[in-house]
Design a binder for this molecule. Structure first.
Ligand SMILES: [Zn+2]
Length: 339
């Protein structure tokens, strides 16, 4: 994987497919108990009420209007418009959709589900900007919506050495996303879109937080109140397998996650897959307690004084990451976490 790209691998799709099929997991769940290897039920996580969601935000918001996106400065508007014109000019000759003047989605071939991708992008933006996010990007992002026939070609336009086992790649330096909708049925799109939004909203966020929130929306659920949540999928099983092994169980800790201060530590050899799972399931646990966005917005506000995020976490959760680990691990192994 290119060090300047953020990607999802094919393993995501294979195991997500397993979660979404009515057969038990086999190869990915050898050490989990029988109940945890079953596909998740059709039931969903009880939706946090609008009141609870807004109450979480209000923890940091002195007035309801303070959670609205901050308008871009005239300079930033000018930069965004120039960036948008540049992105559109690259795809003017092919089917494309502009979403909220931030994303230019282009169909790499005639089978690419352009309208579905535009709808998913729009819903993700609506949910996040009517909720926790306040800062919009100053650059438009070009999103290539590919199928199996075109993914490798478009991916290698930006990263000749990038493995085609990836299903979605975000190139932040050139503001480009390439997604393979054939493999990911479009779901990697929300992950990559969220990368762009979190980077704009909290530039000092460590990679583990960015990946945690982005991967939370790999399997998004949009509730009637306009909020977005993440459904259980293979990353939960990754942690259950890790917990079942004496060798890896000690690593499944919240304080370990909060110590991943650098991209290098997140990608540490052999553990990146575990770190993705820990970050996603930590975010999903917080969301299940209606504390995710209170934690996020507090950390965003205090990031200079609290670069690790541990103090913000403790303020919202009432326990340090170390002390909360037992509660988190108990949730990971609960039926509630499978929803
Ligand atoms: Zn990512």
């Amino acid at each position: 994987m290119s060090p300047r790209a953020l990607s999802l691998s094919i393993a995501f799709v294979l195991v997500l497919a397993a979660w979404n099929t009515p057969q038990p997991l086999t190869t990915s769940a050898p050490q989990a108990d029988a109940s945890s290897s079953a596909a998740p039920s059709a039931a969903t996580i009880p939706a946090p009420s609008s009141a609870a969601y807004l109450a979480g935000l209000a923890l940091l918001a002195p007035s309801p209007s303070s959670s609205a996106p901050i308008p871009l400065s005239p300079r930033a508007v000018d930069a965004l418009n120039r960036s948008l014109r540049s992105a559109v000019s690259q795809v003017a000759y092919m089917p494309h959709r502009v979403v909220e003047d931030m994303f230019v989605l282009a169909a790499a071939d005639g089978d690419a589900p352009l309208d579905d991708a535009a709808e998913l992008t729009r819903k993700t933006l609506d949910a996040l900007y009517s909720g926790p996010l306040r800062h919009k990007p100053e650059d438009a992002t070009l999103v290539w919506i590919c199928t199996k026939a075109t993914f490798a070609k478009y991916l290698h336009m930006y990263a000749p050495d990038e493995p085609t086992s990836d299903i979605g790649v975000y190139f932040p330096d050139v503001h480009v996303i390439v997604v393979d909708t054939a493999k990911a049925t479009g779901l990697s799109l929300s992950h990559e879109i969220t990368h762009v939004l979190v980077r704009a909203d909290m530039p000092l966020a460590p990679l583990w937080l960015e990946e945690g929130i982005s991967s939370l929306f790999e399997a998004p659920r949009f509730d009637a109140d306009g909020t977005i949540h993440g459904r259980a999928h293979f990353r939960l099983q990754t942690l259950r397998d890790a917990l079942a092994s004496p060798k890896t169980a000690p690593e499944v800790r919240l304080d370990t996650l909060f110590a991943l201060a650098t991209p290098e530590s997140f990608r540490e050899g052999g553990k990146e897959y575990l770190h993705y799972a820990e970050s996603r399931e930590a975010m999903r646990w917080l969301d299940s307690r209606h504390q995710l966005w209170a934690f996020y917005t507090k950390w965003r506000r205090d990031v200079l004084d609290d670069p690790s995020g541990a103090a913000s976490f403790a303020s919202v959760v009432g326990k340090s990451p170390s002390d909360a680990t037992a509660d988190w691990v108990a949730w990971l192994q609960s039926d509630e976490a499978k929803q």
